[in-house]
Design a protein around this ligand. Structure first.
Ligand code: ADP
Ligand code: MG
Length: 323
C-alpha cells in the first residue's frame, strides 16, 4: 500500500509547484475569499496554504487523507458536470505520502478546530485545536522519503519560481479571491479579490502592463471569451505571460495557443511571444478535463473550429484602433 501510494503520489505531486496548485485549488473549492501561500526553501522546506473557506468538520478531517475520499463527487454522473477544481480525492493522500502534512481546519458553525497530522502516508493523528474558521495546510520536508524523486528537481530557486508561476495563474483564474504570495518570508504579490481581472494583471505584472493590454470580449454558440491581449509592440521572450483559463481552471492547449500566436505572426519579431490572459467560459459538456491527473490539458470538442473563432476575435481586437 505504501508503495502504491508513493507511485500514485508521483502522478499528482511532481514538484513543489504541484503541491501549491492542489492546495490552492482545494481552498478555491472551499469558497475561500482570502488565500495566502507561503513557500520556503524552494517548497522543499515548507509550503503553507491558508484559507478562510468552509473548513472541514472534525469527524471528516482525517478522511480527507484517505485515498479517493472526495466530498465533491457523489455519483458517477457527477463526472460529467464537474463544477469543482478537484474531484479525484487524490491530492491530500498523495502529498501526505511524500511529505509531512499538518492541517488545521475549522468548519463554518463549529466552535473548535482540529489538527490532523500525517507523515509519509502513515495514520493520521488528530487533535482538537483552537483555530480561525477555514483551513491551513502546512507541508514540510517534501520528498523526504523519496530521494529518487528529489533528484529530478531543479535547484530550489527554479522550483520556487515554478511555484510562484502556478500561484499567479490561480490568482488570474480567480479575480474574486484575494491572494497573497510569500516567498522566503517576503511578500511577492497580493491581489484585492474585487473580481476585476485587470486589477489582478496589474498586481502581478505591473501598472504599465495593466495600462497597455487590450481588452477583448466575444461570444459564440455555447462559449464566451473575455480577457486582455498585448498590442503588437508588446511581447516577451517566452510564453510566461500566456494564460488561458477555461471555466475557472488554468489550462494549456496547444491548438488555441497556436491560433493566438498566429494572429501576431506578421506583427511581432520571430522568437517573441504575445501576452494574453483569457477567460473562456464554455458549456462543460463541450470539454473533457478528465485527461490527466494534473488536469492541465483540456480537450475541446471541435477544437480547431473554436481556436479559429478565437483567432478571429483576437484579430478584430488587434485591428481596431484604440478609442
Ligand atoms: P479533491 O479535491 O479531489 O476532492 P483532495 O485530496 O484534494 O481531493 O481533498 C480531499 C477532500 O478534503 C476534499 O474533497 C475536501 O472535502 C477536503 N478539503 C481539502 N482541502 C480543503 C480546504 N482547504 N477546505 C475545505 N475542505 C478541504
Ligand atoms: Mg483537491
Amino acid at each position: 500500500v505504501e508503495t502504491a501510494n508513493q507511485i500514485a503520489a508521483g502522478e499528482v505531486v511532481e514538484r513543489p509547484a504541484s503541491v501549491v496548485k492542489e492546495l490552492v485549488e482545494n481552498s478555491i473549492d472551499a469558497a475561500a475569499r482570502h488565500i495566502t501561500v507561503e513557500v520556503m526553501g524552494g517548497g522543499l522546506t515548507l509550503i503553507r496554504v491558508r484559507d478562510d473557506g468552509i473548513g472541514i468538520r472534525p469527524e471528516d478531517a482525517p478522511l480527507a487523507f484517505a485515498r479517493h475520499a472526495t466530498s465533491k463527487i457523489r455519483r458517477a454522473s457527477d463526472l460529467f458536470q464537474i463544477n469543482t477544481l478537484g474531484f479525484r480525492g487524490e491530492a491530500l493522500p498523495s502529498i501526505a505520502a511524500v511529505a509531512r502534512v499538518e492541517m488545521d481546519t475549522r468548519a463554518v458553525g463549529e466552535k473548535i478546530g482540529v489538527r490532523v497530522r500525517v507523515a509519509g502516508g502513515g495514520e493520521p493523528e488528530v487533535n482538537v485545536v483552537g483555530c480561525p474558521p477555514g483551513t491551513t495546510v502546512t507541508v514540510t520536508d517534501l520528498f523526504y522519503n523519496t530521494p529518487a524523486r528529489r533528484q529530478f528537481l531543479k535547484k530550489p530557486t527554479s522550483e520556487a519560481r515554478a511555484a510562484v508561476a502556478i500561484a499567479e495563474k490561480l490568482a488570474l483564474a480567480h479575480p474574486e479571491v484575494a491572494f497573497a504570495m510569500y516567498l522566503e518570508g517576503k511578500r511577492l504579490f497580493a491581489t484585492q479579490g474585487n473580481g476585476e481581472l485587470l486589477a489582478v494583471i496589474t498586481a502581478l505584472y505591473g501598472l504599465e502592463m495593466g495600462r497597455e493590454l487590450l481588452p477583448l470580449s466575444d461570444t459564440g454558440e455555447g462559449w464566451a471569451l473575455k480577457g486582455y491581449i498585448s498590442p503588437p509592440w508588446l511581447h516577451r521572450a517566452g510564453r510566461s505571460h500566456q494564460v488561458l483559463i477555461v471555466n475557472g481552471r488554468y489550462i494549456f492547449n496547444r491548438t488555441i495557443t497556436r491560433a493566438v500566436e498566429d494572429c501576431y505572426r506578421t506583427v511581432i519579431p520571430s522568437g517573441r511571444y504575445p501576452i494574453f490572459v483569457l477567460h473562456l467560459a464554455i458549456d462543460p459538456q463541450k470539454i473533457d478535463v478528465n485527461v490527466h491527473p494534473a488536469k492541465l490539458e483540456v480537450k475541446f470538442q471541435q477544437e480547431h473550429e473554436l481556436a479559429q473563432k478565437i483567432g478571429v476575435a483576437i484579430n478584430k481586437t488587434l485591428h481596431t484602433p484604440r478609442a
